[in-house]
Structure formats: C-alpha cells, structure tokens
Design a protein around this ligand. Structure first.
Ligand code: SAM
Ligand code: SF4
Length: 337
C-alpha cells in the first residue's frame, strides 16, 4: 500500500481515534453543561472502527491514540483495545503499530489499567488540571479527583508510563504549576501543559483564560532547571527535562507556536468523519462508504485524497466567537484531543 503523504511532503503516520463523544465529565474548556450526545446509530461499531484503523495501519500509520469523549466510558472498550493490540510489533504485509496509546480523564482507569497493559498499551495520558479537590470538581463540573488519582495509581501499578495533561488557564490553575511539577516528580509521571484552544461552544468565555505558555515557561525557569530536549514522541509536544525531578515537562502551544510544519497527525471521529487538521472544519465521511460495503482500495482512495488536501496549518485565534465563520464549532470531544 502507498504510504500517506500530503501535498507539503509531510508523512502521515499518526492516527487519533475518538471512540465516543460521551463523557462522565463536562470540563469547562471542552463541553457545555448541557451537552447533547449523538444517537447510538451514528456511532461506528468497534468492528467498523477496527476495519478503518486496519486500513490506515496497512498504509503506514504506526502510532494510534484512542481518545474521545471519554474512551473508557464506552461499553466493552477492552475488546477494541485487544483487537488493536494485535497490530503491535508485527511487521509484515498488513503493516504494524509501534505504539498504541490512550488519552483519558482517569475516572475509570483503575478498572481498566490491567486490561490496557495486557492489550499492549505502554503509556497513557491522563488529564488533570488541578490537585485541589474543590477546584478539580469546578473545572470538570462533575469529576471526582479521588477517582482520577486512583486511576493514575492503578496505571502506574500496572506498569504503564503516565503523562499528566494539564490545560493551562489564567486565573484558574496558574498558581498550581509548581505543585504539579513536584507531584509528578514524586509519582514518576511526566507533565504536559496545553494552551486552551478555541473549539466548540462551552458556555464559558475562554478569552480571559488564555495563558501563553511562553510566559509560563519563563516563570517556571526562575525556580526549576529546564533543559531543552530534541525528543519528540510523535505528538505536538515540545519537551524539556526538569533537572530537579528528572521528569519531562512538555508544552503544547498551538496558539503561540505554530506546530503545523511537522504535523504527522490525522483524526477519525466516532461517527467516521476523517479530519486531517484539528483546526479546520472540513472532513471526509468514511462511515457511509464503510456501511455501503466499499472495499479497502476504495476506502484508501478516499483517505489518500483527503490527505492530499491536508491544510498547511490551522488558524486558531483566541477570542473568536462560535458564530464567527472562522471559529471551530466542533467540540474537542468530537475529534479527540
Ligand atoms: N476525555 C479524555 C481526557 O480528558 O483526557 C480524552 C478526550 S479530551 C477531549 C483530550 C484532551 O483534550 C484533554 O487533555 C483535554 O484537556 C484537551 N482539551 C479539550 N478541550 C480543549 C481545549 N479547548 N483546548 C485545549 N485542550 C483541550
Ligand atoms: Fe470529557 Fe475529556 Fe472533554 Fe473533560 S476534556 S469534558 S474529560 S472529553
């Protein structure tokens, strides 16, 4: 099969798959309080999702991240992980995965950590924006910090490497980055700070919350020794080592730093919409063709064509209102972070 390459010469090797739009939390930057979720019939079955993933793997996708919504709320999610796990490290005609990963809010991680390890997952990203119980529940609107902490413990006990994802929000959690760095050092996890992206209507104004990570980094550097690294893990984070803890600090800066020039990522939504850029509305429907019974060659032609149209970059601008034609109306939970 021909490997995926876009018109700017970027190879596409990384697929993020959202398995559900549903979630047991309603984080203020991600969802509105009263979300309407999609009817089940619109959501791809695990068989349909696996079929599409297999076609991508045959065409050179070697890293696959399962995300959502909250992937671990989908019933029988273990069967999907074990199906994908079969593609790990099996070079051959059908292609293979070098890495299978997960992004989760951690609420149900303690129930699934051993299953993930057995399926071949070796590292997970867990979202956690505060170590303060009350603040955590305010940000997530209905999350419980103790459950997420229990999930992180279970993941570490199961032998999974953990990266904590924290969305940096001015006036909300910007007084906690030192505490988060220390805590990550203690539990043996890496920390990744993420700039707020203007996606979807959340019922909150994100303009005041926006915090450029260049400022955060300069501030942290006054108290911590941050050694820049060239390490990349396939995603958009730029890493440095925190000398005092030995752990990594990653920064995802879609707003201040244009991370598009080296973008190798594409996304599949839980309804089979194929997105080649998080920051553009355009998508290619793969559900209809799959349900109409196209063969793999036809499916891959659609995917190759879409990748050929992958935009050079996004144009997020914080402060855009959802009714601004240039704003991204889609919630992050549709395509997954
Ligand atoms: N529910 C899982 C979780 O929270 O980890 C997976 C899906 S969630 C959409 C994936 C990541 O996107 C999370 O780390 C979350 O913090 C991040 N995210 C969601 N909305 C965002 C936004 N508007 N800007 C920046 N990051 C966002
Ligand atoms: Fe749910 Fe994750 Fe979105 Fe929070 S960030 S509402 S946990 S999908």
């Amino acid at each position: 099969m021909t490997p995926f390459q876009d018109s700017f010469g970027r190879s596409v090797t990384y697929l993020r798959v959202s398995v559900t739009d549903r979630c047991d939390m309603r984080c203020v930057y991600c969802m509105s309080e009263n979300m309407e979720f999609l009817p089940k019939a619109e959501i791809l079955s695990f068989e349909e999702l696996e079929r599409i993933c297999a076609a991508f793997i045959r065409s050179g996708v070697t890293r696959l991240r399962v995300t959502g919504g909250e992937p671990l709320v989908r019933r029988d999610i273990g069967s999907f992980f074990s199906a994908l796990g079969k593609y790990i490290h099996k070079p051959g005609e059908g292609g293979h995965l070098e890495e299978l990963t997960l992004t989760t809010n951690g609420s149900r991680l303690s129930l699934h950590a051993d299953m993930l390890r057995r399926a071949g997952v070796r590292r997970v990203n867990v979202s956690l924006d505060s170590l303060d119980f009350e603040r955590f529940s305010r940000i997530t609107r209905r999350g419980r910090l103790d459950q997420t902490l229990e999930g992180i413990r279970a993941a570490r006990n199961a032998g999974l490497a953990v990266r904590i994802n924290t969305v940096a929000m001015a006036g909300v959690n910007d007084d906690e980055f030192d505490a988060l760095l220390s805590w990550c050092g203690e539990i043996g996890a890496d920390l990744c700070l993420i700039e707020t992206m203007p996606m979807g209507e959340t019922g909150e104004d994100r303009t005041d919350r926006y915090l450029p990570l260049s400022t955060v980094r300069a501030d942290l550097a006054r108290r911590w020794t941050l050694e820049p690294l060239s390490l990349r893990t396939g995603g958009p984070a730029r890493y440095m080592r925190v000398a005092e803890t030995g752990r990594l600090l990653g920064l995802i800066t879609p707003m201040t730093h244009n991370f598009c020039e080296s973008c190798n990522r594409v996304r599949l939504s839980c309804t089979g919409q194929f997105y080649t850029c998080l920051g553009h509305e355009g998508a290619t429907d793969l559900r209809r063709p799959v349900r109409d019974g196209v063969d793999d060659a036809e499916l891959l032609t659609l995917v190759h064509d879409a990748i050929g149209r992958k935009p050079k970059g996004h144009d997020f601008v914080i402060g855009r209102r959802p009714d601004d034609p240039a704003a991204i109306r889609r919630h992050m939970s549709v395509t997954g972070g």
